[in-house]
Design a protein around this ligand. Structure first.
Ligand code: HEM
Length: 160
């Protein structure tokens, strides 16, 4: 995960495009998760707070606990953007985060849908400025984050 193959231009494009998003993370995170539930509604029941399942995405998206999860997701992405040059520092944290997600029933494959939803949110935010180069830079970064998180799943699989 050293540099995730990110050139200095990739890093610059990611930092610049994240600036606008990080100014209002919750608002953009809601766009991301709304898209995620559109693409993969099966993920909705995985979010349960006090053993209560949500019956609609709208109900989920207006719960304070879920909004906290959105903030947490945006903070992880923010940390990745901050550590573009030394992503390996996040490896252990991300592997642990992967483990926690496996424990709550998330399949590693669902993280591809999260990636699509992330790109969707970035495109909504930037419009045509979100060109192919910016998209590719983000795809590399997100791929590196998922790769690090998937180590958490792999470790558990070996123990099973
Ligand atoms: C497939 C989509 C996802 C599902 C279904 C999911 C589900 C969950 C659930 C049920 C929890 C525990 C309850 C909570 O803290 O709200 C959790 C915690 C968390 N999630 Fe997710 N999550 C998803 C994606 C992500 C992504 C993409 C990130 C960041 C890159 C992330 C970051 C976190 C963090 C930081 C926590 C708190 C972990 C802790 O307590 O130490 N999640 N997630």
């Amino acid at each position: 995960m050293e540099s995730a193959g990110l050139s200095s231009t990739d890093q610059k494009l990611i930092r610049e495009s994240w600036q606008k998003v990080s100014g209002s993370p919750l608002e953009h995170g809601i766009v991301l998760f709304t898209r995620l539930f559109d693409l993969e509604p099966e993920l909705l029941p995985l979010f349960q707070y006090n053993c209560k399942k949500f019956s609609t995405p709208e109900e989920c998206l207006s719960s304070p606990e879920f909004l906290e999860h959105i903030r947490k997701v945006m903070l992880v992405i923010d940390a990745a953007v901050t550590h573009l040059e030394n992503l390996h520092r996040l490896e252990e944290y991300l592997a642990n985060l992967g483990k926690k997600h496996q424990a709550v029933g998330v399949k590693v494959e669902s993280f591809s849908t999260v990636g699509e939803s992330l790109l969707y949110m970035l495109e909504k935010c930037h419009g045509p400025a979100f060109n192919l180069n910016v998209r590719e830079a983000w795809t590399k970064l997100y791929g590196a984050v998922v790769k690090a998180m998937s180590c958490g799943w792999d470790v558990l699989r070996k123990v099973e």
